[in-house]
Ligand binder design. Structure first.
Ligand SMILES: NC(=O)c1ccc[n+]([C@@H]2O[C@H](COP(=O)([O-])OP(=O)(O)OC[C@H]3O[C@@H](n4cnc5c(N)ncnc54)[C@H](OP(=O)(O)O)[C@@H]3O)[C@@H](O)[C@H]2O)c1
Length: 342
């Protein structure tokens, strides 16, 4: 696959793009700024916070309402759900490209958003938005005016299943996805359940079954790839790590599929992907292989009979959020897809 390595036109390569980051004091915003500072084609023009006036490194911060949208080429939105969509709408109206890290633009239907997030959709006019998981749909991201960056659990579960779903290999049996995520996944805002004494020494399932807000997002993407695949049973776990997310997915193949044929689909899908490392057949991915790194690690292992065990490890703040946002930004502007990421 050569698409991931396209060189930018000389005009784009020579250009420095001005960007703004909304929500710069949060976990994803801080990391995004760190990554953008090393990006060869980016100049950070402004960053926002409602509570702080500067980052620890001295970067000045503005309130979101006074951000000079007219002066930038693109903005990254690292804002809470429900806030982000309104800022996205303002930016799009001002002709500025947007990568939204929140959930506001991810679900294609405002009604499904309202059912899932229990609030009115802040910008239904932007739906459906191009969905920014480049490995499963790069073409629509090139030249996109705005992109919905996927959820972290969603990224890991979809990358674990994508080659099978693309090939139509999944049976209609339920797909069981177990994820384990570090505590930064809950953001920087203090919450009792994220406190050290609540998290340390424990592994806690939460919102198990179909109650987690990422279930509709995973199913929306999976059904587009393979409409007849089984329903998702999802069990996220909070583990005492700062960053990292592991998805362990139990999926059953249709009768005419074998483990070897399934693995060949993973090789075909991921061999040329610059941000995906596919393990040899039988080796599972682990969080340590992906934490503090910008890509994902995928493993395919034998389960029992036609049931496979698929694993995908990512850093929730990187391939699960900020690094993926930069990958999407690069695609939007015709830059090398991994600029600033390798
Ligand atoms: N953490 C993850 O692993 C992860 C992964 C994927 C996606 N996401 C999504 O990315 C977004 C940011 O996540 P995060 O973990 O970085 O959250 P966070 O650590 O809680 O940061 C949220 C940011 O939003 C700002 N903010 C809060 N309320 C605001 C308001 N009303 N108006 C304007 N700014 C406001 C906060 O800054 P001030 O309080 O200083 O204004 C802060 O900079 C969320 O939508 C989250 O769901 C997070």
């Amino acid at each position: 696959m050569t698409h991931a390595h396209l060189e930018p036109s000389p005009a784009v390569a020579a250009r420095t793009l001005r960007v703004g980051v909304f929500g710069a004091t949060g976990y994803t915003g801080q990391l995004l700024i760190e990554l953008l500072r090393r990006h060869p084609h980016v100049n950070l023009h402004f960053a926002t916070s409602e509570r702080e006036r500067a980052l620890e490194d001295g970067t000045p911060l503005l309130p979101a309402d006074s951000a000079p949208l007219a002066e930038v080429d693109a903005v990254f939105l690292c804002l809470p759900n429900g806030v982000s969509g309104g800022v996205a709408a303002r930016a799009v109206a001002a002709g500025v490209r947007v990568v939204d890290l929140s959930a506001d633009l991810r679900l294609e239907s405002a009604a499904l958003y309202e059912q899932t997030y229990k609030m009115p959709h802040p910008a239904p006019q932007l739906l459906p938005a191009p969905y920014g998981l480049p490995e499963i749909g790069r073409a629509q991201l090139r030249q996109a005016r705005y992109i919905a960056n996927p959820g972290c659990h969603v990224t890991a579960v979809l990358l674990a299943l994508y080659p099978l779903a693309r090939a139509g290999a999944l049976s209609d049996a339920p797909i069981i996805a177990d994820t384990k995520t570090g505590v930064s996944g809950a953001g920087k805002e203090p919450k009792p359940e994220s406190m050290f004494c609540e998290v340390y020494g424990d592994v806690k399932p939460y919102n198990v079954g179909r109650r987690h807000r990422h279930v509709p997002e995973i199913e929306q993407a999976l059904r587009k790839l393979q409409p007849d695949c089984g329903a998702l049973i999802f069990a996220p776990h909070l583990v005492p790590l700062e960053v990292g997310l592991l998805a362990t997915v139990y999926a059953t193949l249709k009768p005419d599929w074998t483990l070897e044929r399934a693995y060949a689909e993973y090789q075909a899908a991921y061999a040329a992907e610059p941000l995906i490392a596919l393990h040899p057949l039988g080796r599972a991915a682990r969080i340590r292989e992906a934490a503090q790194r910008n890509g994902a690690v995928v493993g395919v292992s034998e389960g029992q009979g036609s049931t496979l065990i698929l694993t995908c490890a990512i850093d929730n703040l990187r391939k699960g959020a900020s690094a993926q946002a930069i990958q999407n930004f690069n695609l939007m502007f015709g830059l090398p897809e991994t600029a600033g990421l390798l």
